[in-house]
Write a protein that binds this ligand. Structure first.
Ligand code: THG
Length: 367
């Protein structure tokens, strides 16, 4: 593929200078911003993520900030997950659906205070939807994209690295909780979360000016921990079953099809957009669902379009993400499979660009 031309529409991040100095080899575009995808090689990055600690520029996880007396009401309109029990200091993974129950985004909601929330978005223009709903319902809120850029610290040595920069109290943070921690006189939200199954934190860096000072402080503090720049890793996130909006699901899918039914409380999420549609699909149950799929044989090319899943002449699903897994010595994949073939052990064929491959459908991801 040719190079991507830089321009103002394709935003750099507060950490881009560090990412470039670390020798980034490839980017993708996410929320109109640069997201690194490879540093050494996808497989080397994978091994390092599973054994050491990495610093990830995930500034592309833009925040939609909602502030004002109607903030909680607006949040509950946006998601079928019941937010009544959510306290300030908590993060929730929340499906966001449109009026037909179609997925618009799968962000992390961060409750800063009763009247102040961040929605840490995946790759779709959620700000426009949120502004439209706030305006249409005349809600008493301000909705904007603040100067907040997440920096993730991921990998088994994350606790040790973070404790050196932010103190031992960071170790007490529970999964999907956040606290306020000081860096150079600024208070930053830090959560135990992140787009990997290796453990770690996300620092919501408020104010781009401290982006590089923080990046450098983490790199300096972690020298003997073999800290390295990294990024969300394709192999690791498929093994762990972390979904990618725009790849594994679109607005054509309901949360139930995406296996996100456990994050929907449609009966009690009163006032949420798409509630009637979701009550219907929850009752009937989906007829296709996301599944882990093993594609047998040698490695596979990058999955940049859906690969049909076949049973003879019958088209029974599509693969949306796939990669060779060194740890499982096979190809791990994510696909949407019709109910006739979604039980564990179903044998199917996948039409890859390299030819037909036998494959097996499972019910639980690898990890
Ligand atoms: N962190 C933050 N923002 C994000 C992401 C993130 N925005 C974009 C994208 N990632 C949103 N998608 C996801 C997908 C999965 C998870 C988080 C965001 C995730 N899932 C865990 C799992 O499935 O095991 C835990 C879910 C739970 O139990 O609540 O972490 O990564 N800030």
């Amino acid at each position: 593929m040719a190079l991507i031309s830089p321009s103002r529409r394709l935003r750099r991040t507060p950490f881009s200078e560090g990412v470039e100095a670390a020798g980034v080899k490839a980017y993708t575009v996410y929320n109109r911003m640069l997201l690194p995808t490879v540093f050494r090689s996808v497989e080397e990055d994978y091994r390092h993520l599973k054994t050491a600690v990495q610093i990830w520029d995930v500034a592309v996880e833009r925040q939609v900030e909602i502030r004002g007396p109607d903030a909680g009401r607006l949040m509950q309109m946006l998601t079928p997950r019941d937010l009544r029990g959510m306290l300030p200091g908590q993060c929730y993974y929340v499906p966001i659906v449109d009026e037909t129950g179609g997925m618009l985004n799968d962000p992390v909601a961060v409750k800063l205070a009763e009247d102040r929330w961040w929605i840490s978005i995946a790759d779709s223009d959620l700000l426009l939807w949120v502004k439209g709903i706030a305006y249409g319902y005349r809600l008493d809120v301000l909705v904007d994209e603040p100067d907040v850029s997440p920096l993730a610290v991921q990998g088994p040595k994350s606790d040790d690295l973070m404790a050196r920069v932010f103190g031992d109290k960071i170790r007490d943070l529970r999964f999907f909780r956040f606290g306020w921690f000081e860096f150079q006189g600024r208070n930053l939200v830090i959560a135990r979360s992140g787009y990997s199954k290796q453990g770690g934190f996300e620092i919501y860096v408020e104010g781009g000016d401290i982006g590089m000072p923080l990046w450098n402080a983490l790199m300096e503090a972690g020298k003997d921990l073999d800290v390295h720049a990294g990024c969300p890793n394709l192999i690791e996130r498929i093994e762990g079953g972390l979904l990618s909006y725009g790849n594994d699901m679109t607005d054509d899918n309901t949360p139930h099809e995406c296996g996100l039914g456990r994050f929907c409380n449609t009966n009690t999420a009163i006032g949420c957009v798409g509630r009637d549609a979701l009550l219907r699909v929850a009752q009937e149950g989906p007829v296709r669902q996301i599944r882990p799929i093993e594609i047998h044989g040698a490695g596979v090319p990058p999955c940049d379009q859906l690969w049909p899943i076949m049973d003879g002449e019958a088209h029974v699903g599509n693969i949306s993400s796939a990669a060779w897994s060194p740890d499982f010595n096979t190809n791990v994949a994510i696909g949407m499979v019709r109910m006739t073939h979604w039980t564990s052990g179903s044998e199917v064929d996948v039409l890859t660009p390299d030819g037909v491959r036998p494959a097996t459908v499972y019910e639980a991801f690898w990890q």
